[in-house]
Design a protein around this ligand. Structure first.
Ligand SMILES: Cc1cc2nc3c(=O)[nH]c(=O)nc-3n(C[C@H](O)[C@H](O)[C@H](O)COP(=O)(O)OP(=O)(O)OC[C@H]3O[C@@H](n4cnc5c(N)ncnc54)[C@H](O)[C@@H]3O)c2cc1C
Length: 896
């Protein structure tokens, strides 16, 4: 050890002990700890790494069970920080075995001479922050304590094996093994009766090999899992060629991808493909034997939409049924309780076929739970299995287990991490915790970690942390701590992200559900590796947003705030639009702007199917108006919603809001008639308003002809269309009909005043800009007419209007006038429901396929329309009703 080992008093000053002094202490010598040591040393920090094992490797040191392999292809699962290292190592297989990966990590340790700063067989047992000294003191179970300025936990997401939950393990007289702590010497299973408990990744990898050796094998399964054949062999030529042709580009693409493996984002959605096309894509993925491929490359909605996912899950189930001969066993092995991918799927070699062997029995614990482990074996509710060996493949206390095992971790003011995390982990970026200065976690909860290629995520975290420590040192800062506001904001962003994917719908180790008593919630960041990286970079670019920094001779710095206030998919859409560097739409002129919108709409995927779509025309006040009618697939007659598209009275048509109309038709189970009202500047005020009213009246008078339900119609509209819908309600009240049962106003224009705060706060950067609104107003309406209630309905009489559902978005210039309209309606005695959508922008609800977090808002809108029409609630619509085949109530709830 190069660093000083000195005698000092402990914190309470009662006795003296030996303490090693370093700048940075790292705990763990797996992938993360090794790279940390390399980078910290290069950056000139004195460092020690403390490792419980007696060698490097982490995961790959401990998990020596038969069949242990990586499940990310080895060309992707390795260090990329040094091209020479990459050139110096050749993987022998597509998915390397545990011994080969362990050899690789040993090779890395030797190449950079890392072992000399690692204290092996040394477990960190507690950590205390000393506010006066501004240092951490780490207690160990072997040798000197460590005093350090910065404490970095590289303790691993999957390094704390979960203890068995079954009584009597100690009574068992045979051999007991844990996959996560497999012995170093050979375990002889030949001719023995073996029980394997658990069918997660470790179980699925080891069961086929154990079955080949054992005389008899009983597999105890609680939850069946999806397993894909690995088709292991040489590194696939196509992937290797991609890497060899452009190593830098390949690695960079991985860093900015969703899962840390360079695959493009899939754009085709499931309903655009025929059954045969979907099967073809699925078979290709099955043959590829690549988890990331099958998890991301089949169709765009497979991981975000219950229906899109169900199509894939069913194809998978067919494979299981085909592979397993006994139908009862096949059924027991088939997962129904979670969407594909929501629980980590596995890669296998002959897993399902293993259950065709005469020496293998599947024990379905859902039907016969284990009652006890006896001296001779395992007793279930129905039978007793006498065995010689029990293998626990019961997984890990994932993500938080190894961190919480250091107990206590005491931060500023005596705060204990276990108290702070009592209801689940709270972090800022998955890297730091408020109240715990100078403590970092590598791939901690709240970062992409286990939902990614961890080699990529580890390098990103290590680089970020070491770069920050270096920058702090240069600026004279000694401490860094996340603020409570930043951490709370990150929790909100995490929750928003978890609505994007289906992980929340499964009880898994991702959510803590595998450990009794553990707080439940999606622990990894589900927003993707690339977006996460850009957020971490943005924190730095915005002056270490959300961090307090202090030092002995510099002024304290704190740029407090929330790093992501937009919904995650809104952020992606806006970033994408910003990257396109489009000129302001108004600069195209009105015809150019219309052409641009048409071109943009043509590039969108087609919306979901509805029962029928009919184009027609109806008489307007000054000639015919076109319309498009969307009819649900369910038996009619249905109530009719008259819909007005957005576009500032200048742009848009029935096509522009087509995905929204389809979606709402499906969700409401109602007919939507989208009206092609006249546009400015050719037809200025009040053409659009009068068209809207006339069309509504005509539709109300022709409900039977249109196949609709007789009785009142409803109106709905977005943006300028919301304006027309609101105006139509006022005109209908004042002109003797038609009767309108309810109004849905989505981000409506309601007034001609431009001085409300949202016009300034959201003037630019959120697609609909203030200057675009000025342009729309100028084209549609002269200043003298603007206070007319037919364009500023907020200025009209509001009493006696139909009930309203008003939607406003936080990052919309029109937010405050929408809210003002809702308030004014309420004050006038109109029943009003409001959705004030946090983190959304003007187009969130109409960008149906791009802004997934807007689904719940549309569900609320649909429910409101159904209530207005006197229909019973219907949380799901259209094909979503088929979701019943997925048993979990969580899945059904996901429709909402
Ligand atoms: C069987 C298996 C297969 C996997 N396959 C893949 C894969 O294909 N792709 C992928 O991306 N990920 C995979 N993973 C996840 C894997 O954990 C990570 O890829 C990676 O190895 C984690 O590295 P790490 O350094 O962060 O943590 P680890 O490798 O877990 O290392 C943490 C180290 O910290 C030590 N430690 C913990 N607490 C203390 C303490 N208090 N004191 C001292 N030492 C301590 C542990 O002993 C351990 O050595 C797999 C995991 C398992 C279990």
């Amino acid at each position: 050890m190069q660093d000083a080992v000195v005698a000092v008093s402990t914190l309470d000053g009662t006795h003296k002990e030996t303490v090693q002094q370093v700048d940075v202490a790292v705990v763990g010598a797996g992938f993360a700890g090794l790279y940390l040591l390399y980078r910290l040393r290069k950056a000139g920090f004195t460092t020690v790494t403390l490792e419980e094992a007696d060698d490097v490797g982490g995961t790959w040191y401990w998990n020596r069970y038969p069949g242990a392999r990586c499940d990310i292809q080895t060309i992707d699962y390795g260090f990329t920080f040094d091209p020479e290292l990459e050139g110096a190592w050749r993987w022998s297989e597509k998915y390397a075995t545990q011994p080969e990966i362990l050899r690789y990590l040993g090779f890395v340790a030797d190449r950079y001479d890392l072992r000399r700063d690692i204290r092996f067989r040394t477990k960190v047992t507690a950590a205390i922050w000393d506010q006066a000294k501004q240092r951490w003191l780490l207690a160990t179970d072997n040798g000197a304590s460590v005093s350090c300025r910065h404490y970095i936990m590289a303790t691993g997401c999957l390094s704390s094996p979960k203890p068995p939950e079954i009584d009597g393990v100690k009574n068992f007289k045979g051999e007991v093994y844990f996959t996560g702590r497999w012995p170093h010497e050979e375990v002889k299973l030949a001719g023995k009766r073996v029980a394997v408990i658990g069918t997660g990744s470790s179980g699925i990898q080891s069961i086929p090999l154990i079955a080949e050796q054992a005389a008899e094998l009983a597999v105890f399964q609680r939850t069946p899992n999806f397993a894909l054949p690995a088709h292991n062999g040489p590194v696939p030529g196509d992937r290797k060629a991609l890497l060899d042709n452009d190593r830098t580009g390949y690695r960079e693409q991985a860093r900015w991808s969703l899962a840390g493996v360079p695959y493009p984002q899939q754009t085709v959605v499931s309903w655009q493909l025929s059954d045969a096309e979907r099967r073809e894509r699925f078979e290709k993925a099955w043959d590829a034997g690549d988890l990331v491929y099958i998890l991301t490359q089949l169709w765009a909605d497979q991981a975000v939409d219950v229906d899109g996912n169900a199509l894939l899950a069913e194809l998978f189930r067919d494979k299981i049924r085909a592979a397993v001969k006994d139908p009862e066993t096949a059924e027991a092995l088939t997962p129904y309780d979670h969407p594909f991918g929501a629980k980590r799927p596995c890669l296998d070699t002959n897993y399902y076929a293993t259950f065709n062997r005469p020496n293998v029995t599947l024990v379905n614990l859902r039907q016969e739970p284990i009652e006890a482990i006896t001296t001779s074996g395992i007793k279930t509710g129905k039978r007793t299995f006498d065995v010689d060996v029990i293998v626990f493949a019961t997984g890990f206390d994932a993500m938080t287990g190894a961190i919480m095992a250091v107990h206590p971790i005491t931060g500023r003011g005596g705060k204990s991490l276990s108290e702070v995390w009592a209801n689940g982990p709270q972090t800022y970026l998955g890297l730091t915790v408020a109240g715990f200065p100078n403590l970092f976690m590598i791939t901690g909860p709240g970062s992409p970690s286990v939902l990614s290629n961890m080699a990529v995520s580890i390098e990103q975290h290590v680089d970020w942390v070491v770069d920050r420590l270096t920058a702090m040192r240069e600026a004279g800062f000694a401490t860094i701590e996340a603020t409570e506001a930043a951490q709370a904001g990150w929790a909100r962003h995490m929750a928003d992200c978890s609505m994007l994917t289906l992980h929340r719908l499964a009880n898994t180790w991702y959510t803590g559900a595998n450990v009794p008593g553990k707080a439940q919630g999606v622990m990894p960041y589900t927003g993707g590796v690339g977006p996460y990286r850009s957020i971490c970079n943005e924190v730095v670019d915005r002056g270490m947003l959300g961090f307090m920094l202090s030092g002995p001779s510099v002024a304290e710095q704190c740029n407090d705030g929330e790093i992501v206030r937009l919904q995650p998919d809104v952020r992606l859409v806006l970033n994408m639009l910003a990257e396109m560097k489009l000129p302001p739409i108004e600069s195209f002129g009105f015809q150019g702007a219309r052409d641009f919108v048409a071109q943009f709409n043509a590039s969108r995927p087609a919306g979901r199917p509805v029962g029928e779509i009919v184009d027609g025309s109806l008489p307007g006040p000054d000639g015919a108006l076109s319309y498009r009618l969307y009819r649900p697939a369910t038996p009619g007659p249905h109530p009719i919603v008259v819909y007005f598209h957005g576009g500032g009275w200048v742009l848009g048509d029935e096509q522009s809001d087509d995905p929204f109309c389809r979606d709402m038709c499906r969700r409401t189970g109602m007919i939507f008639v989208s009206v092609g009202y006249r546009h400015a500047p050719e037809y200025r005020f009040p053409a659009a308003a009068e068209d809207g009213y006339a069309a509504t009246r005509w539709i109300a008078e022709h409900t039977a002809e249109l196949g609709g339900q007789p009785g009142p119609v409803l109106v709905a509209g977005w943006s300028a269309g919301g304006n027309i819908a609101a105006v139509t309600c006022q005109l209908a009240r004042d002109r003797g009909g038609p009767k309108i049962a309810g109004q849905l106003l989505v981000c409506p224009v309601t007034d001609c005043r431009f001085d409300r705060p949202s016009y300034n706060d959201n003037a630019a950067g959120y697609f609909l800009t203030r200057s675009l609104m000025y342009w729309f107003w100028d084209l549609y309406c002269s200043p003298a007419d603007r206070t007319d209630p037919r364009v500023s309905p907020l200025r009209g009489k509001l009493a006696g209007l139909p009930p309203a559902f008003v939607v406003t978005c936080e990052f919309d210039p029109l937010r405050d006038e929408g809210n003002a309209y809702a308030e004014a309606l309420t004050a006038a005695g109109v029943p009003v429901e409001q959705l004030q959508a946090r983190g959304h922008f003007h187009s969130s609800f109409t960008m149906v396929d791009m802004v997934i977090t807007s689904v719940s808002g549309r569900v609320q809108m649909a429910e409101a329309l159904r209530r207005f029409a006197g229909l019973p609630p219907q949380a799901t619509g259209g094909d979503e009703a088929r979701r019943g085949q997925l048993a979990s109530h969580k899945l059904a709830a996901a429709a909402g």
